[in-house]
Ligand binder design. Structure first.
Ligand SMILES: Nc1ncnc2c1ncn2[C@@H]1O[C@H](COP(=O)(O)OP(=O)(O)OP(=O)(O)O)[C@@H](O)[C@H]1O
Ligand SMILES: [Mg+2]
Length: 1069
């Protein structure tokens, strides 16, 4: 479709870029919305631009295809359905930067190129990654279609958020809703673009939070949700007390979070479990585990002669009850452990009693294991509910925990920051490094741009050998440490010093080490590293949980302790290393997109811009280098073959395929759109296009071509479905008026057309509708005012309501004096109280609304009413009241209150008179309408023509209404041609006599009479053929009549060409 952009392109692609700007006039400008256009590329300029935009409430800014998003800490108004419509199918630069534009781009790329897409959302904790991920999911769900099954998948995808957030997010000092796990959500699509499946991969839940939290932080949200939201009955069953009662909640003394309603969130969590299909009894057990962990945490130990002893055995009963285990056994397993000991050649198992510290450790290990396994179960349940047997296309959304620096940083922060380091590496690999290397490889002229490559930090952490990285050293120390591993952390620090002590990104300090990450220096406290890395769950605890009376709990511990051989157990760091590398591989297989989130302050307040924080992020995210590479480089590159495939449609030589060297084909295409020579370069295997706007030129052309073809396909499709639809509509329309209103002789069998105005080609009317608003009905009608003066209005019915469009002279401004379309009235379905009609065959109807009514006259009232009542019911879930004048044929309508001309009511009286054309006589406040008798009120469809003819006719009327303009469509009482009906008068008479007989036994087809010269006819109007099987003629042309068809489409011959034409355009001679 030609758009604003295409016009802009035609006039500007060959001139300078600055002149061409995509922002439409009515959008306020703030800084530049693509920082590639900054005049100076310095960190200052970038920070200034982002600040300016942020203060003006623009949170999104581009660097070419990369989206920068600054957390506004308040709800922005541009995430409504309006924006969803605006960004759909629009080119990136047509609208202001937006996450919807990026998402739409992914979706379309996936569909057009058949390539999987992914979006990497990065940024530090609290920068807005999770919120961004949710906007992406919401947009995809809104723009994609799908039947009930797909709707269900969509619902699960959306509901997975509150569920996983309840169990996986927590308040930290950085973020009140901080993700404490990483998530890669692949939304899978059918070939038709419907999201019909999905898969979540989760990474390393920060489970240490279950047993301890720092000051001002909380445990996972679910604990507070249950406490605040559970019913009295649930509380009793779960033993819910005030939060300070529980050791696992009271360590930080923080229970409430600003802006969070735990009770409401609890209902949402439960509902999400329901939607996902977790059975009711399992939901109960999920809560039992949550509460069970809390109660477990309250079991404390005292030291009794070097042994740990449960301080108060009373506290064992409740957690044991909730977990379905024996309290004695629980006590036993918390205070002792079976150990294998080798004695001589024999191995025997002995029970070792634990000390107080070991007992505490064991209790916490059980609590963490239970929680982590419960979390995995929830992820698995979601996956099961949306899994697909095979994969087609997918869009992956990566939302992990952000880079974070706390006062005290432990093993978890080390893992979290490592994953962020890996993501930065992907970004560098694909946008800075790969891009530059590619230019060299392809032989494109290029001056290298310096940037910091954080591979060196990744290696420091994950290298296997030469020198071994931190994780390898850690694993080695863990492999040799003893049960509790006293002193192991100290050993680790020594070994690290020996292995990487001289590394430029590593330092040690007295209680740990410092890593100079891409995003800043972080001091890690070595205490607990070995223990958390080893992360083994002792067989005793597995055994204990396998003794639970609840199937569900047993299923969370599926290990077979007899056969699962020890070997070197996997450690937490090797797990996260593997997961991170698998993730990188997955991401590398997709077409990547990036959202880089920036956190403007630590206060979580809107419009608060902390310059140094912002600058720091701009620096470490490498935005300046990003812009420089982008500016000097090429916005777009494609393999010759792919380029040829994508734009093949543009020229006859390339469609369906180019014969000859691929490079030549690409050049041919570029020249066919007159692309400037300095806008592209040919590499060895790829073509490089410099500016995005040059690419849009190609895209626009392509879309226009597709548009044309789509119309052809659409037409064929309409043919296919029209038959059923229109037949059904006729039936329904008859039902509406059946026994209530006399029908016009020529109307009962008329086929419905819908859009008599040809809105597709009437932008001046379409402007009042939303971009993709469907038109159910459109026609020019007569509207009557308080003095019964009639005026033309365009009446449009869409699923959103009724529009009445009129025309007015412009009074001011540059267009003064011109006649312009104006929206006179828009009626929502909810505001319409009823519709009334007379019982006679006239075409009047009154739309009753709360304030005043509209008296209208339309030839197609039956069709309109039928469609209106359908939409009305769909939207309001009520039946539309249609009333038919009282016994004295009086209708009343209320007129608009205007200035001095007060409101009041008017009356329309219907009387019997001669003829089928309504005679109107206005008198004061009453209009009298006189009209002859129509067909009986009980008239229904006359006969069923063959489906093919019906269809053909419908389509022809449709296309002639569009092409020749709605006004030419023969119509109504004021038009003498209206009585040229599709069924001949004889047939009407026959119908009057015996409808049933007519239905059963169609009259025998008349035998063709041999004639010396065939019948002829003279054209009353000009007709321009709309299809290859139609003929064209001028008014007064004489043509041979080959066949008259009752459908109204006759066959004729003129100028040696035989074809179809509308019979009502001619008179027989
Ligand atoms: N686009 C936005 N509009 C309004 N508020 C936002 C937006 N983005 C973020 N916020 C606010 O900032 C908070 C933190 O955002 P979010 O949870 O997405 O951060 P995150 O990057 O996922 O952090 P973490 O790494 O800790 O999980 C949100 O809870 C919300 O209050
Ligand atoms: Mg998050």
């Amino acid at each position: 479709m030609p758009t604003r952009l295409s016009k802009a392109l035609v006039s500007t692609t060959n001139t300078n870029i600055a002149k061409y700007h995509w922002q439409s006039q009515n959008v306020k400008q703030s800084g530049v919305d693509d920082m590639v256009l900054l005049s100076k590329i310095t960190e200052d300029a970038i920070v200034d631009n982002l600040k300016k935009r942020y203060m003006d409430d623009y949170i999104f800014t581009y660097i070419g295809p990369v989206l920068i998003s600054v957390n506004p800490f308040k709800q922005m108004p541009y995430f409504t359905d309006r924006e969803i419509e605006l960004y759909q199918g629009a080119a990136q630069y047509e609208n202001p930067p937006h996450i919807y534009a990026l998402t739409d781009n992914m979706y379309r790329n996936m569909m057009i190129d058949g390539e999987n897409q992914c979006v990497i959302i990065s940024g530090e904790s609290g920068a807005g990654k999770t919120v961004a991920a949710k906007y992406i999911m919401g947009y995809i769900s809104k723009v994609s279609g799908g039947g009930s099954k797909v709707q269900h998948v969509k619902e699960i995808i959306l509901q997975s958020n509150p569920l996983l957030e309840a169990f996986g997010n927590a308040k930290t000092v950085r973020n009140n809703n901080s993700s404490r796990f990483g998530k890669y959500f692949e939304i899978q699509f059918s070939r038709g673009g419907e999201p019909d499946g999905g898969k979540i991969s989760n990474f390393l839940l920060e489970k240490s939070r279950v047993v301890s939290q720092n000051e001002n932080e909380r445990n996972f949200h679910i604990y507070y949700q249950v406490r605040e939201g559970a019913s009295a009955q649930q509380r009793e069953a779960l033993g819910i007390m005030t939060p300070d009662y529980y050791y696992y909640l009271n360590q930080s003394g923080t229970y409430k979070v600003d802006g969070t309603n735990d009770s409401k969130d609890f209902q949402e969590t439960m509902e999400a479990m329901q939607v996902i299909g977790i059975p009711g009894d399992i939901q109960t057990q999920v809560l039992q585990i949550v509460a069970g962990i809390l109660h477990l945490g309250n079991i404390s130990f005292i030291e009794a002669g070097n042994y740990g002893q449960v301080e108060s055995t009373d506290l064992l009963a409740f957690p044991a009850y909730l977990l379905g285990i024996d309290p004695n056994r629980l006590q036993d397993k918390l205070t002792s452990r079976k150990m294998d000991s080798k004695w001589g050649g024999k191995s025997e198992s002995i029970n070792v009693t634990l000390n107080q510290e070991q007992a505490n450790y064991t209790r916490d290990a059980l609590a963490k294991a239970l929680y982590a396994r419960l979390f995995d179960y929830l992820v698995e349940s979601i996956n099961k509910a949306i899994q697909k047997p095979y994969e087609e296309f997918s869009i992956g959304v990566l939302d992990i925990y952000g880079f974070e620096i706390f006062q005290r940083n432990g093993f978890e922060q080390f893992c979290i920051n490592f994953v962020n380091e890996k993501l930065q590496q992907i970004f560098i690999e694909l946008t800075l490094k790969a891009e530059q290397e590619e230019y060299v490889q392809e032989g494109i002229k290029w001056t290298p741009i310096e940037y910091f490559n954080n591979k060196i930090v990744c290696d420091l952490i994950e290298n296997k050998l030469n020198p071994p990285g931190i994780m390898s050293v850690l694993d080695d120390v863990c492999a040799t440490m003893h049960a509790k591993g006293e002193g192991a952390d100290g050993t680790l620090l020594q070994k690290l010093q020996a292995a990487v002590g001289t590394h430029e990104h590593f330092n040690s300090w007295n209680s740990g080490f410092v890593i100079h990450h891409y995003a800043g220096k972080v001091s890690y406290d070595i205490n607990g590293f070995c223990e958390r890395n080893r992360d083994v769950l002792f067989p005793d605890l597995i055994e204990l949980m396998q003794s639970s009376e609840f199937n569900f709990i047993r299923s969370l511990f599926p290990e077979n302790l007899n056969t699962d051989k020890k070997g070197r157990p996997t450690t937490a760091s090797s797990k996260i290393k593997k997961q991170a590398n698998d993730l990188v591989n997955t991401l590398m297989k997709c077409t990547p997109h990036y959202i880089r989130c920036i956190k403007p302050n630590e206060t979580k307040r809107p419009k608060d811009w902390e310059e140094s924080r912002a600058r720091h992020q701009v620096e470490y995210l490498g935005l300046r280098e990003n812009i420089r590479v982008r500016r000097a480089g090429f916005a777009y590159r494609r393999l010759f073959s792919k380029f040829l495939m994508r734009y093949a449609i543009l020229t006859a030589e390339t469609w369906p395929c180019w014969r000859g060297p691929e490079q030549q084909g690409v050049l041919h295409l570029l020249r066919s759109v007159n692309m400037d020579n300095d806008q592209y370069q040919m590499g060895r295997t790829k073509v490089f296009v410099k500016n995005p706007e040059s690419l849009f030129l190609l895209e626009e052309m392509r879309e226009r071509k597709f548009d044309t073809f789509a119309r052809i396909i659409q037409k064929a499709w309409r043919k296919f479905i029209a038959r059923k639809k229109y037949e059904q509509m006729r039936e329904e329309a008859s039902d509406i008026l059946y026994n209530s209103k006399e029908r016009r002789k020529n109307s009962i069998n008329r086929n419905f057309v819908g859009d008599y105005l040809g809105l597709e080609q009437r932008p001046e009317l379409r402007q009042f509708l939303a971009k993709r608003e469907r038109v159910d009905f459109a026609d020019s009608v007569n509207k009557f005012d308080r003095r019964f003066k009639s005026i033309k209005r365009d009446l449009i019915l869409t699923p959103k309501g009724i529009y009445l469009i009129g025309r007015e002279k412009v009074k001011k401004g540059p267009e003064k004096g011109q006649i312009k379309e104006v929206l006179k009235r828009k009626m929502e379905f909810g505001g319409i109280s009823s519709v009334s009609l007379s019982t006679r065959q006239d075409d009047f109807f009154i739309l009753h609304e709360a304030q005043y009514d509209s008296l209208l006259e339309s030839n197609f009232k039956t069709e309109f009413l039928s469609l209106l009542s359908k939409r009305y019911e769909e939207v309001t879930k009520r039946k539309l009241t249609i009333s038919f004048g009282s016994s004295c044929f009086r209708l009343e309508f209320r007129v608009k209150k205007e200035g001095w001309g007060g409101g009041g009511t008017r009356i329309v009286v219907f009387q019997k008179g001669p003829g089928d054309v309504a005679q109107l006589k206005p008198g004061g406040k009453t209009l009298s309408v006189t009209i002859g008798d129509g067909l009986p009120k009980s008239s229904s469809s006359l006969y069923r023509r063959t489906a093919a003819l019906l269809l053909k006719h419908t389509l022809r009327s449709l296309s002639s209404a569009h092409q020749n303009g709605g006004a030419k469509f023969p119509r109504g009482p004021h038009n003498p041609q209206a009585d040229i009906t599709y069924s001949s008068p004889q047939k009407q008479d026959m119908f009057k006599k015996d409808i049933k007989k007519e239905r059963k036994r169609p009259p025998p087809a008349p035998k063709p009479q041999p004639r010396p010269q065939g019948p002829r006819c003279r054209a009353l109007y000009q007709y321009v053929g709309q299809d290859t099987d139609e003929i064209s003629f001028e008014a007064n042309d004489v043509l041979d009549l080959v066949k008259e068809d009752p459908s109204g489409w006759w066959t004729g011959r003129i100028g040696g060409k035989e074809g179809l034409f509308p019979g009502n355009y001619v008179e027989k001679i």
